[in-house]
Design a protein around this ligand. Sequence first.
Ligand code: FE2
Length: 140
Amino acid sequence: MRAEFSENLITRNELIDSQHRELIDRINKLLDSCEDSDAKLAAIKTLDYLSDYTVFHFGAEEELQKEIEYPGYEAHKEQHENFKKTISELDEMLQEEEGPSPAFVKKVEENVIKWFYTHIEGFDRSVAEYKFMREHDGRL
Ligand SMILES: [Fe+2]
C-alpha cells in the first residue's frame, strides 16, 4: 500500500494542500525504505525525515488556526499530538527490532496513511472551510 493524494483530500487551502503532498511523499519514502537491503537503517532515516516535516506541518496548521481563531483548535491539536505519539511508537519498534517488520508496515498503513486520510477529510478540510467562510462571508 502507498499513500495517494486524491481529490477528496483537497482542502482548497494552497499551503495546507502543498504540505500534505510533501507529507504523502515522505510517507511513501518510508514505505519504500522498508524494502531496502539495509532496511533498518533506511527506515530509521526516512521515519526521521517524515517526523521532521510532520512537526513543521502541524506547527503551520496550528498557527493558521490561531490566526483565524478557529473554534476547534484544542481538539485538532490533540489529534496532532496523537499522531506524534504514533511516530515515536514506530521509532521504538524500529529500534527494538531487526528492521521494519510486517507489524511495522501494517502500523504505518493503519495509523499513518489511514489516519492521515481521515484527519484531512474531517479536521483539515473543516479548518480550510472555516477560513474560506471567514474571508468570504461576513457572518463569521
Ligand atoms: Fe491537521
